[in-house]
Write a protein that binds this ligand. Structure first.
Ligand SMILES: CC(C)(COP(=O)(O)OP(=O)(O)OC[C@H]1O[C@@H](n2cnc3c(N)ncnc32)[C@H](O)[C@@H]1OP(=O)(O)O)[C@@H](O)C(=O)NCCC(=O)NCCS
Length: 221
């Protein structure tokens, strides 16, 4: 959302009054050049993030159809250790995400990604809290291929990394992806993440995994 933009700002289906626009002023950030993202300054208040084209928000149980639309696809699940989701599994996971806390090691925060233009769920971005001593988190992302190829996933992941660094205090972000998952590796590379490890997958799949890393530029070393 551009500063001073005349267009309406809608968050969680509510029109935001002009006097509240300042809460969503652009914060121009760089998460590993050359990607420059704009994310809401107050985005951490209720788990909501606004970028130029996207709205990231908490999951609701009612999102089952939109999430199932991509989570049930074998082509989407191909590189995911969770595999293809059934409707039941989607319902259970959404309920768990909706109620989840994100306050310590092992916690997971999952945000659904909607286009600002169409308010349509196009995917999800998740954070897993890996280590409190080093303040390391892992970012994950799953998108509907029908909305692929426009940079939406890159924009959403960049915004979540930005919030994790600036608002949640993480120092390091990693992304783990199958070696042959080229779209995912390209996304990491677009965000300036560096390839730090290649190792056998820790789940039962017989694949090599790549670990990409980016450090918070503002963390003391
Ligand atoms: C990984 C995944 C999210 C990548 O999707 P994607 O569509 O390639 O990613 P984006 O939405 O960022 O789009 C990038 C593409 O849009 C193009 N693009 C257009 N406008 C763009 C913009 N403003 N910014 C960045 N890229 C843009 C890029 O050039 C790129 O095109 P290319 O693939 O022809 O090079 C998707 O493949 C996916 O969900 N896979 C299944 C789940 C999965 O494997 N997740 C990863 C587990 S680790």
């Amino acid at each position: 959302m551009k500063r001073g933009s005349a267009s309406k700002l809608v968050v969680d289906g509510q029109h935001i009054a002009p006097r509240r626009r300042a809460e969503f002023e652009d914060t121009v950030a760089s998460v590993g050049n050359p990607i420059v993202i704009r994310a809401a300054r107050r985005a951490n208040v209720d788990g909501m993030i606004i970028t130029d084209r996207l709205h990231l928000r908490h999951c609701r149980r009612a999102d089952v159809d939109a999430v199932l639309a991509y989570r049930s696809r074998p082509d989407v699940a191909r590189h995911l250790s969770a595999g293809v989701w059934t409707r039941e599994k989607t319902k259970l996971n959404l309920a768990a995400y909706e109620d989840a806390l994100f306050s310590g090691v092992g916690d997971e925060l999952v945000l659904l990604v909607e286009t600002l233009a169409g308010a349509k769920v196009i995917g999800e971005v998740g954070l897993v809290w890996l280590d409190s001593e080093t303040m390391t988190a892992e970012v994950g992302y799953v998108f509907n291929p029908e909305s692929g190829g426009y940079g939406f996933a890159t924009e959403a992941v960049a915004a979540v990394i930005r919030i994790a660094f600036d608002s949640l205090g993480f120092s390091t972000m990693v992304a783990t992806t199958d070696e042959d998952n080229l779209p995912s590796r390209a996304l990491c590379e677009r965000l300036g993440m560096r390839l730090t490890v290649v190792k056998p997958a820790e789940d039962r799949r017989d694949v090599q995994e790549c670990v990409y890393t980016v450090d918070n530029p503002n963390s003391a070393r």
